[in-house]
Ligand binder design. Structure first.
Ligand code: AMP
Length: 203
């Protein structure tokens, strides 16, 4: 299965990505986590990305795309698939992903969009700032990240809506509740005829 997980910072992409990854046996590729590792290791890529991550800004597309292309080329098994968490985040990234996949694994199966109220995500980010050592969870940075999401990433809903891939899932509630909603949506994607008998045309 080839999936993208969309949703604002604090919407639970990391938590749900890990669950989808474990349940379906597909690697979760989180660009945020890849940047964190590069920054912590002090690599050249990390040094190029750090000031953007710290400021809550998007890392420029060309840096992100180089990193993702390397990850997808190097270690993705198309037969198994993957889950992308936090990528794409801009139109150019989405278009580049389409091109990369057209030349390799084939198109995405679904884009799961976690829909969570803005006040709720700010609350979650504040709580996370207390428990995790993230460089970008300070309050004003969190607000900046939400604004960037609204301006740059939310429009991707339209992009994926047009191609029929968008699956919006209510992201409110406990991780178990959200995970159950996602599983229903993925099951429906994999076997649409079970839920929509009119789509089943035997022979
Ligand atoms: P995340 O953990 O997905 O919220 O990502 C943390 C930070 O990493 C973001 O605020 C950006 O600075 C950077 N980042 C992660 N993914 C991307 C992306 N696809 N495009 C640009 N910047 C990204």
């Amino acid at each position: 299965m080839r999936l993208v997980l969309l949703g604002p910072p604090g919407s639970g992409k990391g938590t749900q990505g890990a669950r989808i990854s474990a349940r379906h046996g597909i690697p979760a590729i989180s660009t945020g986590q890849l940047f964190d590792r590069q920054i912590a290791a002090g690599t050249q890529l990390g040094r190029r990305a750090e000031r953007y991550v710290r400021a809550g800004e998007l890392v420029p597309d060309e840096i992100v795309l180089d990193m993702v292309a390397e990850r997808l080329d190097g270690s993705v098994d198309c037969a198994v698939g993957f889950l992308l968490d936090g990528f794409p985040r801009t139109y150019p990234q989405a278009e580049a992903l389409d091109r990369m996949l057209a030349a390799s694994c084939g198109p995405l199966d679904a884009v799961v969009d976690l829909d969570v109220d803005i006040d709720e995500v700010l609350d979650r980010i504040r709580r996370r700032a207390h428990t995790e050592d993230r460089v970008d969870d300070a309050d004003d940075t969190a607000r900046r990240r939400l604004k960037v999401f609204a301006e740059e990433t939310a429009p991707l809903r339209r992009y994926y809506g047009r191609s029929g891939l968008l699956r919006t899932v209510d992201g409110a509630g406990t991780p178990d509740e959200v995970a159950a909603r996602i599983e229903r949506v993925l099951e429906d994607t994999a076997h649409p005829e079970l839920h929509h008998p009119e789509l089943h045309h035997p022979g």
